[in-house]
Design a binder for this molecule. Structure first.
Ligand code: 4NP
Length: 157
């Protein structure tokens, strides 16, 4: 489960990029993913039009409706990947409040060889170049995350 604040910019893009990488390696029957936001700002909405336009420029069509991250998701996903530190802290607060299931919470850029551990910047209030920057970060991180999953779970023999 990829998580950002609004679920209209970063996390639906992370989901779409990851699905394509998973499909390219014929792993779609073994790895499922989704995305959500910590806020309730954009429930039911399509991704931000700037994210959609930028994704199309990179050959990717987004198919997602905004949803809020819920306590039930803890039990449904093996990995919860937060885009930034505030998303991570909001998820932890929810877990503590509900004494929810132990889960694999990570930050997306833990898998980045450039800028390891930092935040995926929120492009919402910036210009179009921010969307391409985010695309490149997510593409890179997801490749490394997928490599990690393949090795950890012996997904390719
Ligand atoms: P996201 O970006 O968390 O990457 O989806 C944002 C989208 C909406 C808002 C903030 C960030 N907002 O304040 O509505």
């Amino acid at each position: 489960m990829f998580v950002c604040l609004g679920n209209i910019c970063r996390s639906p893009l992370a989901e779409a990029i990851f699905k394509r990488q998973v499909a390219d390696l014929d792993l779609s029957d073994k790895i499922k993913c989704d995305s959500s936001g910590t806020s309730n700002y954009h429930i039911g909405e399509d991704p931000d039009h700037r994210t959609v336009t930028n994704a199309l420029k990179n050959g990717l069509r987004l198919d997602h409706k905004g949803q809020q991250f819920k306590v039930e998701h803890f039990a449904l996903y093996d990995y919860i990947i937060a885009m930034d530190q505030s998303n991570l802290e909001d998820i932890l607060l929810l877990q503590e409040a509900h004494r929810a299931y132990e889960f694999g919470l990570m930050k997306m850029r833990q898998f980045d060889n450039l800028g390891k551990g930092s935040d995926v910047p929120d492009p919402y209030f910036g210009g179009p170049q921010g969307f391409q920057h985010v695309f490149e970060i997510l593409d890179r991180c997801n490749k490394h995350f997928l490599d990690y999953l393949i090795k950890k779970h012996a997904l390719i023999q």
